[in-house]
Each structure stands twice: as C-alpha cells, then as structure tokens.
Design a protein around this ligand. Structure first.
Ligand code: GDP
Ligand code: MN
Length: 362
C-alpha cells in the first residue's frame, strides 16, 4: 500500500524528521493563503515524477485561489486531484536523495544516498554512479545511530543528515515498509534540513501485526480474499488457481465470449470465499454470464456448489455455467442437481453451454 505524501509526512514528523509547514485542502474548500507568503501546491496523487507531470505549482497570496483551481482541474498521469498539500516554499540551497528499500538479490535492506538529489535517481545512477552510496543493513545487528553518521561522512554532507538516516531506518523497520524515500532531502539557505517530499510504501503482508486503520488508503482498500482483475467483457470468469483461470478465459474466448474479469479464488477456497467471489463479480452491472471452473484439490467441490446454489437463488436471471471436478465431486454434483443447476466435468463443454445459453438469450 502506497501512502500519500501528506500521510507519509505525518509519520516523518512523529519520528522527528522536519517537514515544511503545511496544510491540506480538499476539492471544493474555500481557502486563502494566510500562514505564509509563498507556497508550493502539491497534488496528492500516487504517481512518480509528479513535478514533471505538472503536479507541483508555485504560488503566492495574490494568485493562490487561481493556482489551486488550476491544479484541481488537472489530471496527473491519469489520476484526478482531490487533495492538495499546501506547503511553505523553502529557500533551497541543496537537494539530496535518500531512500531505504529491500534489495532482493542481497536479501537485505539497502540505504541509498546521493548528494545529488531532486532529479531522477536513475539518471544519476547512469551518469554519475560514484555519487550514489549504497549501504546494506545487517538485520542481525542493531541499527545504531553511528551508521547514519558514517554514511553522511562518506557522502561528504552535513553530519546532521546521519540522524535523519537513522530515523528513516526506524520508520522503515517499525512500520514494515518496503520503501521510504525522501527526494529531495533539502538543505535551506539558513542551513536547516527538511524532507521536502515523502514516499512510503507499506507491506500488505504485515497487516496482521500493524494497525494501518488510520490511513485513508487503507480505509478505501477492499481486502478481498482472492485475486480479482476487472476486464472489459461481459462474462465473469472464476477459477481456482491462476493457470486454470487463464485457461478458462481462453476457453470462453474460443466460444466468442469476452471476460468481464479474472477472478482466482485460490486453493482451498470455502463456501464463504466462493460466495464473496460471486457477489463481487455481480457488482459489475455489465456481467451477463458467469463461468466457474473448479478443479478441486484442496478446494472441495461441495463447498463451491453450496455457494453457487445460494447466490443463484438471488440472481435467477444470470446465465451461468460451471465445470466442477475433483475432491468431493459427487457431493458437489448432488447439491447442484438438487437445485436444478447443470454442470460439466469438462471445461470445453461448460464453455460451450455458456456460449449457447448467452446466444439463445440474445
Ligand atoms: P515529485 O515530482 O513528486 O518528486 O515532487 P517533489 O515534492 O519532490 O517536488 C519536485 C521538485 O519541486 C523538487 O525536487 C524541488 O526542486 C521542487 N520543490 C518542491 N518543494 C519546493 C520548495 O518548497 N521550494 C522550492 N524552491 N522548490 C521546491
Ligand atoms: Mn520528489
């Protein structure tokens, strides 16, 4: 999960990293600029290279409302702007780059620092690789403040930067982040250091031990117990296992149908998960037919069948076809037969039947 800049900056503040003075505005708010003379307007969108894409505007008391309106009317790389962070404009002397992420080859967290920040780090890496410092963290040892200071010394920057590196590592570790990035980390003309930008990505697999409920992104997130990708056709495709689900999509294509989604209920899905999956695909009003393809291994056919019966009771008009085979197949078939729901044990036949019933209904 990616956090918006304003939320990442709240975390920075909590950990004692200085951020510019700011306030957040939402679309439709009627606000003036009182707190400071010059401000930077920053679109709260989750895309990289926001500045280059027009998501950062400089403003003052005179043209504030105008600029705010301009930014709210923009789309930044396809993302609509519904919140803007208004920050006091800093008098920037120098811009550094700092990030901590996981190096999957080394299997270690890596701290990346460059005294040449602000611009694309990829560009610095290409043109001036000597200006990038990488430090691999030994997670078996405590991360002590001197490590940050040593990195700052090696980079030839203010020793105070070491303290920020230490704090950023603390955030990275304590929040189970996969990325914490400050670009630019700014030195102002009066020699203060601020995180002018903030990127935090949290690890979705750590929800069980983290409380992320305070974040807006988390509240908006649907925690579905299956993999779901919406597509532009009108036949929902549900399978267990990604390979089988893809094969099911191919099958319905062969019969001239187009998938409305890819939904993999995964191995071992029970009645509850299957019901949730069926409800999810029915939320899409374009869906005219559902194709379910289950090859029961650890998934039990009777559990899937029970869910199908329940959902079809409430949705009698939907065209439907199921291929069901594997563990508890007999039980599953019996449940479907009792509810008068036809089934196949062959994917091809099930696809054909769905295509015919959809064509017939046209
Ligand atoms: P990004 O494009 O999403 O990375 O957005 P940033 O927040 O990093 O802003 C992009 C660039 O705008 C920075 O690298 C700075 O050069 C500039 N910038 C941002 N805030 C300020 C500020 O307060 N003062 C000045 N002078 N420049 C700023
Ligand atoms: Mn940036």
């Amino acid at each position: 999960m990616k956090l918006h800049e304003y939320e990442a900056k709240k975390i920075f503040k909590k950990y004692g990293i200085d951020v510019p003075k700011s306030f957040l505005i939402k679309k439709g708010d009627d606000v003036e600029l009182k707190e400071f003379d010059e401000a930077v307007l920053k679109a709260q969108v989750l895309v990289g290279g926001r500045g280059k894409a027009g998501g950062i505007l400089f403003t003052n008391k005179e043209n504030f409302k105008e600029k705010v309106e301009e930014l709210f009317n923009k789309e930044i790389k396809g993302e609509k702007v519904d919140k803007i962070l208004v920050e006091e404009k800093l008098r920037i002397k120098k811009e550094y780059y700092l990030s901590i992420t996981i190096d999957r080859n080394e299997k270690k967290p890596v701290i990346i620092f460059s005294p040449e920040g602000g611009v694309d780090i990829e560009e610095i890496a290409e043109k001036h690789p000597e200006k990038i410092i990488k430090y691999y963290v030994d997670i078996k040892k405590p991360f002590l403040p001197y490590i940050g200071r040593e990195i700052a010394k090696k980079a030839g920057v203010e020793i105070k930067v070491g303290d920020i590196i230490y704090k950023v590592y603390k955030i990275f570790k304590e929040l189970d982040a996969t990325l914490v990035e400050i670009n630019p980390l700014v030195v102002t003309e009066d020699n203060k250091i601020y995180a002018a930008d903030a990127v935090i990505h949290l690890d979705d697999d750590s929800y069980f031990r983290q409380d992320f409920s305070e974040f807006e992104e988390y509240k908006n997130k649907e925690n579905l117990p299956f993999a779901y990708v919406e597509l532009d056709g009108d036949v929902a495709v549900i399978g267990n296992g990604a390979g089988l689900t893809l094969a099911s999509m191919d099958t319905i294509y062969d019969f001239g149908l187009k998938p409305a989604c890819f939904l993999d209920i995964g191995g071992g899905a029970d009645e509850e998960t299957t019901k949730l999956a069926l409800k999810k695909v029915l939320e899409n009003k374009k869906v005219k037919g559902i194709f379910i393809n289950v090859l029961g291994g650890i998934t039990r056919c009777d559990e899937v069948a029970k869910a199908i019966v329940e959902i079809l009771k409430d949705n009698p008009n939907i065209k439907f076809s199921v291929r069901l085979t594997g563990t508890n197949e007999e039980l599953g078939r019996k449940i479907l037969e009792e509810a008068n729901i036809p089934y196949s044990t062959s994917m091809y036949e099930a696809g054909k039947r769905l295509a015919e019933s959809l064509r017939f209904s046209l």
